[in-house]
Design a protein around this ligand. Structure first.
Ligand SMILES: NC(=O)c1ccc[n+]([C@@H]2O[C@H](COP(=O)([O-])OP(=O)(O)OC[C@H]3O[C@@H](n4cnc5c(N)ncnc54)[C@H](O)[C@@H]3O)[C@@H](O)[C@H]2O)c1
Length: 349
């Protein structure tokens, strides 16, 4: 069994947090919630080096994971890390708008697979050069839109695409919460919308929350302050005829919900529930709660497991750079539509 050397670049919580291990139950441990925890849990991966421009983040990582990787080396420059360590797996966990240069350099460095945080990028040009670099060097590029490795969303996709309820016609998605920001969190929702649609987005028209008339390109601080990244409402069309509504609002109440309208059922999906609503003979609605599978690996561990499987056995990634580019195209189309008085914006490569 091969072991793969991994490096992590950018060391905040999503990259490095360590879940508390249960001491009172005889199981291998809890499902990870970070890249480091996923590499720890996967039997074929080990973290050899980490990087952050802030030395304190490196020290904190080395302290947190000392018993697992006592010799993990720290770098403040990712180029030096890539040149000296030549890692096979690279996690890119820097801010939303700072993924491209690192991903392109990692692809050219001899890495075999890259797991980059979402959104893939905040401009189409950045997304395109990341995808081109990965393809030119034959490197797997997976974008960590977490719900792509969620049992509940996977089950919902299977149901929708099974044809059991006829064709999917429309998708309504709603995201509310204090951090209902387009690029920071809307990217998750729009990405799963694309996964459900199973097609390429072709056009969008949209409106941003009040106060964002100046916002014609991404202008956030990396997704920290909600005031720097707008909520939005949008209508998106896909090449296969699916129509989608995306609606987000910054409210204290937080959550996301999808309604998938098929010919003979409406499928309701949240992070915790999956329900099929159908109409009976006399017009009454029936609600059936759908149990979802339990997986050995979800979220970041699902992403790492998939990369190892595709490296060793081939196959398609569920969250490739090309898939994630659709979401960037839609998010930028939303900005362009608002800036031009809610005009319909054509999407596509
Ligand atoms: N998938 C999820 O559910 C999830 C959750 C949280 C964050 N994220 C994503 O993770 C990424 C990081 O988010 P964040 O809010 O923690 O970001 P952040 O702005 O706090 O930065 C992350 C780290 O990157 C470091 N950094 C910045 N530039 C660097 C460089 N050139 N080289 C090395 N290190 C550098 C910073 O010092 C910081 O420690 C973002 O893309 C974000 O969207 C995803």
């Amino acid at each position: 069994m091969s072991t793969y050397a991994a490096a992590i670049i950018g060391l905040t919580g999503i990259a490095s947090r360590r879940p508390a291990e249960p001491t009172d139950i005889p199981l291998a441990g809890v499902m990870p919630g970070s890249h480091a925890a996923a590499y720890h849990r996967h039997p074929q991966t080990t973290v050899v080096a980490v990087c952050d421009v802030r030395p304190a983040m490196i020290a904190q990582f080395q302290q947190t994971w000392h018993d697992v990787w006592p010799d993990v080396r720290g770098y403040t420059d990712y180029r030096t890390l890539l040149a000296e360590e030549r890692p096979e797996l690279v996690s890119v966990c820097t801010p939303d708008h700072l993924h491209a240069d690192i991903t392109v350099a990692a692809a050219a460095s001899g890495a075999r697979a890259i797991l980059c945080e979402k959104p893939i990028a905040t401009t189409r040009a950045d997304a395109d050069r990341m995808i081109a670099a990965a393809e030119a060097h034959g490197v797997l590029l997976s974008i960590e839109h977490t719900r792509r490795w969620s049992p509940i969303y996977t089950r919902a996709r299977q149901l929708v695409h099974s044809g059991r309820y006829g064709a999917l016609r429309a998708i309504h998605c709603q995201m509310v919460g204090p951090r209902a920001m387009l690029f920071r969190n809307g990217t998750h929702v729009i990405d799963i919308m694309c996964a459900f649609a199973g097609s390429d987005p072709t056009s969008v028209f949209a409106e941003l929350e009040p106060g964002f008339d100046h916002y014609t390109t991404y202008q956030s601080d990396g997704g920290h302050d909600p005031a720097t990244d707008p909520a939005a409402s949008a209508y998106i069309q896909f090449a296969n005829g699916v129509r989608a509504f995306y609606h987000s609002m910054k409210t204290p109440f937080a959550g996301i919900q999808f309604d998938l309208f098929c010919d003979t059922a409406r499928i309701e999906v949240t992070d915790s529930d999956l329900t099929i609503i159908q109409v009976g003979d006399h017009g009454q609605w029936s609600r059936t709660s759908v149990p979802h599978d339990h997986y050995m690996a979800t979220y970041q561990l699902g992403a790492v497991s998939e990369l190892i499987r595709v490296l060793e056995h081939g196959g398609e990634l569920v969250s490739s750079g090309r898939e994630a580019r659709k979401t960037v195209d839609i998010m930028l189309g939303i900005l362009e539509s608002h800036a031009s008085g809610n005009r319909r914006v054509q999407l596509g490569p």
